[in-house]
Design a protein around this ligand. Structure first.
Ligand code: M6R
Length: 604
């Protein structure tokens, strides 16, 4: 995920910025850049890849005396990871760095282009600096131009801007993306998008709130709220523990990533929904022409999101869909026909088996699409088209937010195809889109649920195994719940379709067999309920997850009532993730790096 740093002070600004960016490396990035303004002189450097490339480019650049500087690590969302798209972005005499997404960038860009303002990059960010300079022409001063610009932006952002028209100042704004300013006894000021770059540099920090904007100079920190009322900074002592700061105070990266899901899904949706249509600017308009079948191929968690997608494509897009495990598909001499769209799904974009199937599909002349979290990964480079999931770097080996964003993309894609093929009415698409907008709220972890999982976890540390069961799209969710538990607790767990139990697995039922049953209100409730009752009757220990009170279970986790089964899906996904997390913590396992597993499986 992108990172921002800023500095005002007397020390060698380049070094401060690069050191700050290094502290953000753990978040993942594909390019980086800095801009330093000293008096009337700007210096700007950008490099693709690791920070060492930027260090190399800036090795002879030194500032002496007061200067202001901004820096950025970019995780590509709009536009390829190359130098032109790397931040800071230049206007005529100003530079900007930005985290988040400007939702109305296309409209703003259209107007700016009509005014003959040249654009160098494909990013949404570049509109900010041009819009600022346009406003500067009629504003009293740079701050007025900046305030006007911020009011014109829609979306999420943390922004730093420096300009020759006010050379000793950094302008900032925050809406939906984190940003803080720090101070120390030497009178220096620092900005960053998270605590870590400021540890060791600052004693006290002020965390900006959504809607805050303003400017910082050598002797002033001016903050204004959404209503343009000036407010005092509220400084608090900065923690000095870097690792815990990287985890934002969570015990494990996996826990942080579970809590992040609401924000990253907002990023996944951003700019891709209108009232009655899903917009994927990145897709060729003709991608689905002459396509009569979709084949999805992936491994592990990504395979489970592919299975989930098959329910959505057939239900909404009315298109025949099949799902394949990549390691099987690559050796089984499959028949591939040219009216099939071949979709691979991968968090990393590097999984060897999945990559191989993509090569096979290309060789067979099929149209290919990758749903991926890492731009410029091998799969993104190879596939004809790609959709990025925008989950940011995922550090926990057990995938959580990557799965959540993959399913979100598939839900959107199924509606995109439904509109193209006219398989859902426009009212139904509009309804589905309004449901999609509720996903970020449905995955917020509430304290009560987390506490309950902590307490429940102590009853599920032994036994001879777990069944996770569900019907319809809750079956792939059950598979995913079982995989999460297996990976980090080392307990035996299997996912099954609820209706399949009586065909064999129920023979295992006894009090030492734990069944985690998904009972959504809006998907085959009565059918799934009777499957659970069959297990209860055989004295299996059952934990039911449902919005509807269920009395025949040993444990019951009540989820919120939702209008639609997909929102129930997302909430139950979080419950399963937190349950696995708490069981693993109680067992004393290494949650983030479970034994025998690697984050990216680049070998067969
Ligand atoms: O990077 P990918 O999505 O291609 O990885 C596929 C699997 O290796 C991955 O999902 C794995 O199953 C995770 N450890 C699941 O938590």
């Amino acid at each position: 995920m992108c990172g921002i740093v800023g500095y005002l002070g007397e020390r060698n600004t380049k070094e401060i910025l690069l050191d700050g960016l290094k502290e953000l490396e753990y978040r993942g990035y594909d390019s980086a850049g800095i801009a330093v303004l000293q008096g009337n002189d700007f210096a700007n450097y950008k490099a693709v890849g690791k920070l060492i490339n930027l260090e190399e480019k800036t090795k002879d650049f030194i500032t002496k005396g007061f200067a202001v500087g901004i820096g950025h690590t970019r995780w590509a969302t709009h536009g390829k990871p190359n130098e032109l798209n790397a931040h800071p972005h230049l206007g005529e005499e100003s530079y900007v760095v930005h985290n988040g997404i400007i939702e109305n960038y296309a409209e703003l860009k259209k107007e700016l282009l009509a005014d003959n303002i040249p654009f160098l990059s494909q990013t949404d960010t570049e509109v900010i600096v041009h819009q600022f300079e346009k406003n500067l022409k009629s504003a009293k001063n740079a701050f007025e131009a900046f305030s006007t610009t911020i009011q014109e932006l829609e979306g999420a952002y943390a922004i730093l801007l420096v300009t020759k028209s006010e050379p000793n100042t950094i302008f900032f704004a925050k809406e939906g993306s984190p940003m803080l300013v720090g101070i120390n006894t030497e009178g220096e000021k620092y900005f960053a998008s998270s605590d870590t770059p400021l540890i060791g540099q600052c004693s006290d920090v002020n965390y900006f709130e959504d809607g805050d904007y303003g400017y910082v100079s050598a002797d002033e920190i001016a903050i204004f709220d959404r209503e343009s009322k000036q407010k005092k900074p509220i400084f608090s002592k900065l923690t000095q523990n870097k690792l815990s700061a990287q985890k934002d105070g969570y015990r494990f990266f996996m826990e942080k990533e579970i809590y992040e899901q609401s924000d990253v899904i907002s990023d996944t949706l951003m700019g891709r929904l209108s009232e009655d249509a899903v917009i994927f600017d990145e897709l060729d308009k003709n991608l689905f022409d002459d396509i009569h079948e979709i084949k999805l191929c992936a491994c592990g968690t990504s395979y489970h999101s592919a299975l989930s997608a098959s329910y959505l494509f057939e239900r909404y897009s009315k298109i025949k869909t099949s799902v394949e495990i990549a390691s099987e598909f690559r050796y089984r001499e499959p028949i591939m026909s040219k009216d099939t769209l071949f979709i691979v799904i991968s968090q990393s974009g590097e999984t060897a088996d999945t990559l191989e199937t993509l090569k096979m599909a290309k060789k067979a002349g099929l149209k290919t699409l990758v749903i991926c979290n890492v731009d410029n990964s091998s799969m993104v480079r190879l596939a004809d088209s790609s959709i990025l999931t925008r989950a940011g770097i995922e550090k926990g080996v057990a995938s959580t937010k990557a799965f959540a964003t993959q399913v979100t993309v598939f839900w959107m894609l199924s509606l995109y195809v439904a509109k193209l093929h006219n398989t859902l009415s426009s009212q139904e698409i509009a309804k589905q889109i309004s449901l999609l907008r509720e996903v970020p709220a449905s995955v917020k972890v509430n304290d009560e649920m987390h506490e309950k999982m902590k307490r429940l976890s102590k009853r599920y540390l032994h036994g001879h195994g777990f069944f996770f069961i569900g019907r319809d799209i809750f079956f792939p969710l059950a598979l995913e719940g079982a995989l999460k538990l297996k990976e980090i607790s080392y307990l035996h767990a299997e996912g099954y379709p609820s209706g399949e139990m009586k065909h064999g697995p129920i023979a295992l039922a006894d009090p030492e067999l734990f069944t985690i049953a998904l009972l959504p209100e809006h998907m085959l409730y009565e059918k799934a309920k009777s499957n659970v009752e069959e297990l209860s009757a055989r004295d299996s220990t059952v934990c039911v997850i449902s919005p509807k009170i269920f009395t025949k279970a040993d444990d019951f986790v009540q989820t919120a009532p939702h209008k639609d089964y997909m929102l129930e899906f997302f909430e139950m996904m979080v419950v399963l993730q937190v349950l696995s997390l708490e069981i693993s913590i109680r067992l004393g396992n290494d949650v983030d790096m479970p034994r025998n597993l690697a984050k990216s499986v680049t070998v067969e």
